[in-house]
Write a new protein. Structure first.
Length: 193
C-alpha cells in the first residue's frame, strides 16, 4: 500500500517561528508513521496581496499555480496557523485566496483532509485564529477539516532544544492529531485509487 502524501506548512515565515517549529514537529511525527511528507515554507512561494485588478492585468502568479499543484497532489494537509489579532495570518489567508483562484483541473481543497494546529505565546494557544482558519477552509473552500486541533499555549517555553514539546498534554494532542490525519488520509488514498 502506498503511503499517504501529507503536506505540512506553517502560516508564519518568521525566523524562529513557533508555528514553524510545530509544523516541523508534525512533519517529523508523520514521517515516523510512514507518511510521505512534504514540509514547505511559504517563503519559497512569494505572492502579492490578492487584488482582482492585479489578477486581471497579470494573471495568476506562478507561485500560486505551484502551490495549487502541491495541495492537489496530497491526501492530507497539516497547517500550523499563528493567530494575529484573534484571526488568521495575512500570509495564510492570502495564500489560500490565491490558490483558490487557480482554475486548472484538479482540486486543491476537496478530496483530502486538513488538520490544524497553532502555537502562540498567549494563554489561548492560537485557538481563536484556528476557528477562523477552519471557517475559511470548510465554508469558503469546501475542505474537510478534522474536528480535533492542537493549540500550544505559552509557546516560547513549549519546545525543548530538539524541537519536541515539553508539555505531555500538548505532546499527546499532537500525536492524536497526526494519527487521525494519517488514518483519514489513508481512507482518501484508498478511495482515490
Amino acid at each position: 500500500m502506498r503511503h499517504p502524501r501529507i503536506l505540512v506548512c506553517s502560516g508564519s515565515i518568521r525566523s524562529g517561528s513557533f508555528n514553524g517549529k510545530l509544523a516541523a514537529l508534525a512533519a517529523k511525527r508523520l514521517a515516523i508513521l510512514d507518511a510521505d511528507v512534504t514540509l514547505l515554507s511559504l517563503k519559497d512561494y512569494p505572492l502579492p496581496i490578492y487584488d482582482g485588478d492585479l489578477e486581471t492585468a497579470n494573471g495568476i502568479p506562478e507561485s500560486a499555480r505551484k502551490l495549487k499543484r502541491l495541495f492537489e497532489a496530497q491526501e492530507g494537509v497539516f497547517l500550523a496557523c499563528p493567530e494575529y489579532n484573534a484571526g488568521i495570518t495575512p500570509l495564510m489567508k492570502n495564500t489560500l485566496d490565491w490558490i483558490s483562484r487557480v482554475k486548472e483541473p484538479g482540486e486543491a481543497f476537496t478530496n483530502k483532509v486538513f488538520a490544524l494546529g497553532a502555537a502562540s505565546p498567549g494563554a489561548f494557544g492560537g485557538m481563536r485564529g484556528l476557528i477562523g482558519t477552519r471557517t475559511i477552509l470548510e465554508v469558503g473552500l469546501g475542505a474537510m477539516v478534522l474536528p480535533q486541533m492542537i493549540s500550544v499555549a505559552k509557546a516560547a517555553s513549549a519546545f525543548d532544544e530538539t524541537g519536541d514539546l515539553v508539555d505531555e498534554r500538548s505532546d499527546g494532542q499532537l500525536d492524536k492529531l497526526v494519527e487521525a490525519l494519517l488514518r483519514v488520509s489513508r481512507s482518501y488514498n484508498n478511495l482515490n485509487k
